[in-house]
Design a protein around this ligand. Structure first.
Ligand code: IPD
Length: 272
């Protein structure tokens, strides 16, 4: 195991311990938007990860969810989400993760996603395969969308674009075996890698949500792309990850759906 992967796994486990400790405790919640939450635990876990990376790799850049926005860099760079699934965490629903990825030359090289609730560490290194708790994992063997279980999520602008996102949900509901919404995109990707889901799509994610899971899916034999089949880029707002076998069938379905969020009429929820 390379030094970067070692560091990612160690820091994900240490931050996960902070998150696990805070489950069931009273949480101080701040609203980044009416549906986007952050807690003191997000900040503490992020601080631990950032100082660990800075100590081990003082010259590397870091892009992290909490704090000031950071630009894309071409050289060595870490993507950090201290709690992916903050809403689950705030509600003491035991499904969230710490997500850490190391990139160089714009390519993912090492990744760790740790679920402190189930003590599951997903990890991957470029060219060396993907693992869960050190055992190799592979994507599923489903050949058709109709026999596939898919997962998705709803972005933070969901109240403004509800009809648009529901058009996607409806199309998949009518074509797949079933759908789930679990609330941690990083784990959604790892579950595709571990064959628990056959595919995952979502709009509006950020690089810290998808960077680690991207490598883990690809190293488990899956495919990750944009909605038109173009190579995936974690800085773009669309991700489609599958076992590879159902990818083309899903791309064909996506091609029938509206591509521009502004094209579907806005209907805000009654509670806004
Ligand atoms: C969120 C989760 C969720 C997804 C949201 C993300 P956060 O990340 O990944 O599954 O649907 O779009 O923003 O904010 O809890 O780190």
């Amino acid at each position: 195991m390379g030094r970067e992967l070692d560091t990612a796994c160690e820091l994900a486990a240490a931050a996960g311990a902070i998150v696990a400790e805070a489950f069931g405790q009273r949480k101080e919640v701040r609203l980044k938007s009416p549906v986007d939450l952050v807690t003191q635990t997000d900040r503490e876990a992020q601080e631990l990860i950032l100082s660990g990376i800075a100590k081990a790799f003082p010259d590397h850049a870091i892009v992290a969810e909490e704090g000031a926005p950071s630009p894309r860099v071409a050289g060595p760079c870490w993507y950090v989400d201290p709690i992916d699934g903050t809403t689950n965490f705030v509600h003491d629903l035991p499904h969230c993760s710490v997500s850490i990825a190391f990139f160089d030359d714009g390519e993912p090289r090492a990744a760790a996603v740790y679920d402190p609730c189930k003590d599951e560490m997903f990890a991957a290194e470029k060219g060396a395969g993907a693992t869960m708790n050190r055992s190799p994992i592979r994507v599923s063997s489903s050949l058709r969308l109709g026999e596939s279980l898919l997962v998705t999520g709803f972005p933070y602008d969901r109240r403004d674009r509800v009809e648009f996102y529901l058009a996607y949900f409806k199309a998949f509901l009518l074509s797949a075996r079933d759908l789930r919404r679990f609330g941690s995109a990083a784990l959604d990707l790892c579950y595709v890698a571990a064959s628990r889901f056959d595919g995952f799509w979502e709009w509006g994610l950020h690089p810290w949500d998808t960077a680690a899971g991207w490598l883990i899916v690809e190293e488990a034999g899956g495919r990750v792309s944009d909605f038109d089949g173009a190579p995936f880029d974690p800085w773009l707002p669309r991700v489609l990850a599958t076992n590879g076998r159902i990818h083309e069938e899903i791309l064909a379905l996506l091609a029938t759906l509206p591509a521009d969020p502004e094209s579907v009429s806005v209907r805000r929820g009654p509670f806004v």
